[in-house]
Design a protein around this ligand. Structure first.
Ligand code: AHG
Ligand code: MN
Ligand code: MN
Length: 290
């Protein structure tokens, strides 16, 4: 429905993602094989990635007011309606964890406008975490102002509110991606400090690692690497949504020199260095990389 309030559309989109989450989870066991070919980021694709992508396109395409669907698995955005709201989705984040039966997630970013979009155009963001239980963490509203809530996702795809999430004042955990020899020296020096203060928690799925930071306080990052100066994570459906959620939960995000939400959008699959967590830890990171 064209012209519908973007935040109301965002709520419908989040309901749609929760509604198919049990089906995504139930479809994982038989889809652990890699398919031929690569995704637009040049990475191998699991049958589960494609399965989740198709379910989510259908569910989000039926959500009132959603006009465009984009995902990690698609080269270009897909028109799914006449609304002005666009959704960018990582259908299965951390899908390499499927074979090892470790947590994974679905990430959704809801933008008021066309893609690629700036994080400042977000009207909502959320993720589903396929952990011991299936939960959703989501916020609806302007960046930096929305409340972040956690929901239990029932077997029927309903959302039961568990309460508001706010980053704990005292940080406890840290986790950084990439190989240590591939870290630039200034980032490695920052980690040397942090590892003396916090506990290492890195599980190979951004959403699960960010969930630990939201629950216990700390910092997660997939930094710029010597071999990959833009890091690994994609701005539209990984960096922007987690930056939105952590900033709304009282923390900060940074590419290394400023909020991820301020990065100019140049492409659907553009990569960006991602660091999110307690403000003091992110400020120290920016000082270390200055
Ligand atoms: P995806 O499965 O959607 O491609 O995301 C994987 C990402 C992210 O979830 C995680 O933080 C990172 O890849 C892990 O990378 P490494 O395997 O290099 O640690
Ligand atoms: Mn991902
Ligand atoms: Mn993915």
């Amino acid at each position: 429905m064209a012209g519908r309030d973007p935040e109301a559309v965002a709520e419908s989109a989040l309901d749609a993602v929760a509604a198919v989450a049990p089906e995504v989870r139930d479809g994982l066991p038989g889809r652990r094989r890699y398919l031929d070919g690569e995704n637009p980021s040049g990475e191998r694709v699991l049958a589960a990635d494609v399965f989740a992508d198709e379910l989510l396109e259908s569910a989000l395409g039926d959500a009132d007011g959603v006009g465009t669907y984009a995902s990690e698995e698609r080269a270009a955005p897909v028109d799914v309606g006449d609304g002005a709201v666009s959704v960018a989705v990582d259908p299965l984040d951390g899908s390499s964890n499927l074979r090892s039966n470790n947590p994974m997630g679905t990430v959704v970013a809801v933008y008021d406008g066309p893609l690629p979009a700036s994080g400042r155009d977000l009207v909502a963001a959320g993720f589903v975490l396929y952990g011991p239980v299936t939960t959703m963490v989501a916020g609806v509203g302007p960046p930096g102002e929305a409340a972040v809530d956690e929901f239990l996702v029932g077997d029927g795809g309903d959302r039961e509110e568990l309460g508001a999430l706010h980053l704990p004042d005292e940080p406890t955990v840290y986790g950084f991606g990439g190989r240590v020899p591939d870290w630039p020296a200034d980032f490695a020096a920052y980690v040397d400090e942090v590892e003396d203060e916090l506990k290492l928690r890195y599980g190979g799925a951004m959403i699960a690692d960010v969930s630990q930071v939201l629950a216990y306080g700390g910092v997660f990052g997939y930094p710029a690497l010597e071999s990959a100066p833009d890091g690994k994570l994609r701005l539209q459906f990984e960096g922007n949504p987690v930056a939105y959620l952590v900033e709304c939960a009282g923390g900060r995000s940074s590419t290394g020199d400023g909020s991820i939400l301020d990065v100019e959008a140049t492409g659907l699959h553009q990569r960006v260095p991602v660091h999110v967590g307690n403000a003091a830890l992110v400020e120290r990171l920016e000082a270390a990389l200055a």
